[in-house]
Design a protein around this ligand. Structure first.
Ligand code: GDD
Ligand code: MN
Length: 400
């Protein structure tokens, strides 16, 4: 008989004696036997719950061969429990897919085969979403709980992904229902250095899976009400989630690059301004027509700031893609110069010209700001990354 791929459903538990027995019966007794194209195992990761959750699991193990228990001697936090469970599932059980699931029936067990079908369809990371058509939050949630969930989800989405395509694509970043492909994804992930071992780990896994290039698919999740036991979500959970997403984004190499790019851009602007004043003064008495004098003064100053921007970005922002002296550097510098003139002079001038023509002269500064922040900055960032300091494919393949 051909060996089926293995899906391990990982359920962390802390004081879930009220539901774990029924959950084990539902998954091992009803759901798993119906799944024909996967071998399924349930792994409960219990932190030696004072209410004896693990004893119920140990008792059920007599009945179900595909029920595993990982007993933690101390409370690990939900993230800590998942990490231990994932390691065990990958290294000992040899899982091909890992499913994150809760013990309290807030995630419908019937969603498990749906997650696996999407993995079959070629997706690497399947997420239950309360925000897409067919998904929902519990009817019984009050305004406050709903507000925190919505606001938290939005902030997480924004901080992690804006303005990338995943900001629009991943609608429920704090979801707890997920299926992850092991090979090439979870098995290459660094799980030793997580910012959070509590609920924030969810965002960290999400961010890392996306960075690893996982093909993401959302399925609708009708998140239920907890009927027994208590939620382990603490007041500090919101803080933990914000802290995690902020640290993830801040420490991401592309954020660090963007900050350097911004600093150099500001510095270039200062050089331009100071240079303009110096050249305008020096040319007094040489060129008498003010307009021509200032045009030439600014052209000289702008060129100096372009050279400075190019040099500093090459040595600092894009030091990993650094261009070294030679024909290629000269070619790239010419391109850089041309694109700087277009993005930094031609386009803003046209925007300011057109804007003030239509709306009046009092909007001059506004159009300057709009042009610089919404056109020049993004355009330069785009050109620098994709043209001037484009990563060579073999370098990109080796990672950071
Ligand atoms: N082992 C272990 N250790 N398990 C824990 C711990 C812990 O410290 N803390 C929580 N758990 C287990 C619970 O026993 C439960 O099985 C599961 O993790 C989820 O905990 P809940 O307390 O039910 O979380 P929730 O319902 O508030 O939050 C759920 O929904 C959120 C979306 O609103 C979770 O799925 C979250 O991950 C999700 O973000
Ligand atoms: Mn719950």
């Amino acid at each position: 008989m051909e060996k089926l791929p293995l899906a391990v459903v990982v359920i962390p538990t802390y004081n879930e004696a009220g539901t774990i027995g029924e959950m084990v019966d539902t998954l091992c007794g009803k759901i798993f036997p119906k799944i024909k194209d996967w071998q399924c195992k349930l792994l409960v990761v219990d932190d030696t719950s004072p209410d004896g959750t693990y004893k119920i699991v140990q008792d059920k193990q007599k009945k179900y061969k595909n029920l595993e228990l990982f007993l933690n001697p101390t409370k690990a936090g939900i993230g800590g429990a998942y990490i231990k469970g994932f390691r065990h599932a990958m290294n000992v059980l040899k899982a091909d897919v890992l499913i994150e699931f809760d013990a309290d029936f807030q995630h419908p067990p019937k969603d498990i085969p749906i997650l696996l079908n999407e993995i079959n369809a070629g997706y690497d990371y399947v997420l239950g979403s309360r925000k897409i058509k067919g998904g929902s939050n519990p009817k019984g949630w009050g305004f406050k709980r709903l507000f925190f969930s919505e606001a938290g989800g939005f902030v997480a989405r924004f901080v992690l992904f804006f303005p990338g395509k995943n900001f629009f694509k991943i609608t429920d970043p704090t979801t707890g229902l997920k299926a992850s492909r092991v090979k090439g994804f979870v098995d290459t992930m660094d799980m030793d250095h997580l910012y959070s071992k509590r609920f924030g780990y969810k965002l960290e896994f999400l961010f890392k899976m996306v960075q690893l290039g996982a093909k993401v698919k959302e399925i609708p999740l009708q998140f239920g009400l907890r009927t027994k036991g208590e939620s382990k979500i603490e007041p500090k959970t919101a803080k933990d989630i914000f802290r995690s997403v902020f640290l993830l984004r801040w420490n991401d190499p592309s954020t660090q690059k963007f900050i350097k790019f911004g600093c150099i851009g500001l510095f270039g602007f200062a050089i331009n301004k100071i240079g303009l004043d110096i050249f305008a003064k020096a040319l007094q008495g040489v060129i008498n027509t003010i307009g021509i004098r200032n045009t030439i003064a600014n052209a000289l100053a702008a060129e100096i700031s372009i050279v400075s921007n190019f040099t500093l970005n090459n040595l600092w922002t894009f030091k990993n893609e650094k261009l070294i002296w030679g024909k290629k550097l000269i070619q790239k510098f010419v391109t850089f110069n041309l694109s700087s003139v277009i993005s930094g002079i031609v386009i803003p001038s046209l925007v300011i010209g057109a804007g003030t023509q239509i709306f009046g002269d009092s909007y001059r500064t506004l159009f300057l700001v709009v042009a610089v922040f919404f056109i020049t900055v993004p355009l330069n960032w785009f050109v620098y990354n994709l043209v001037i300091w484009k990563r060579s494919p073999e370098k990109a393949g080796k990672g950071k």
